[in-house]
Design a protein. Sequence first.
Length: 279
Amino acid sequence: TAASTAQLVLAARASGRGTAAFNVITLEHAEAVTTAAEQNGLPVILQISENAVRFHGGRAEPLIAAAAAIARAAAVPVALHLDHVEDEDLLRAGIRAGVTSVMFDASTLPYEENVRATARLAAWAHDHGDRVWVEAELGEVGGKDGAHAPGVRTDPDQAAAFTAATGVDALAVAVGSSHAMTERTAGLDHELIARLRAAVDVPLVLHGSSGVPDGELRRAIAAGMTKINIGTALNIAYTSAVRDHLGADPAVVDPRRYLRPARDAMTATASQLLRIVAG
Ligand code: G3H
Ligand code: ZN
């Protein structure tokens, strides 16, 4: 069933759990994540990034319509989120097309400009949807270009000022994770997470969660991180299954022959992570 990100994240937070939010690129990603959520009887967030929209030709509407149909047909609550949006037109188009939350990513701008742009977008979003939720990033999680340069950690006082000044509903914070890690070796700053939790009222979002080991994820959720964003872990599962299949069967032509194991591998990965995040 279709749900809103706000519902899922606030319910998780109220029970001291996390909500997993998976980045989906292909139809198979969305199917795998939804199947994994159904197998575990857990709600889930499907997120489509600006990069994924560009990959599919730049128009958000058809992708959101497809994801919304999958959400409606699911046996568990599924919410749709637009992730890492820098293009304000895309953000507006996504909200008009029915996503229940957006991440506006102005984290590379200087602080004052991040505040101004985020506040403007949040005000617009809150006027244009019943329960639209706006997530912003403060500090730099880093690694989006595949390089794991340590970003700038989020300062708790600045986080409090930023959420008050912008009216955002959730805050992505830089606490030691990094995007696109293919090994689960990230160590998180748990003391900083606790300080951020104490300083900020809105739910906190962990980006780059693929590189965070299970134990670190559990501790982070216990300390107050709620929305747990996962992308690369699914792509590792997908690509290694495809590579194995193509290696073993060089004559294959029908893509279903290798997309089925790829989808199954993503389902298994999503299932494991859903369980960790739900506690
Ligand atoms: O917004 C998306 C996430 O931060 C995913 O990061 O691909 O490193 O898991 P990841
Ligand atoms: Zn991210």
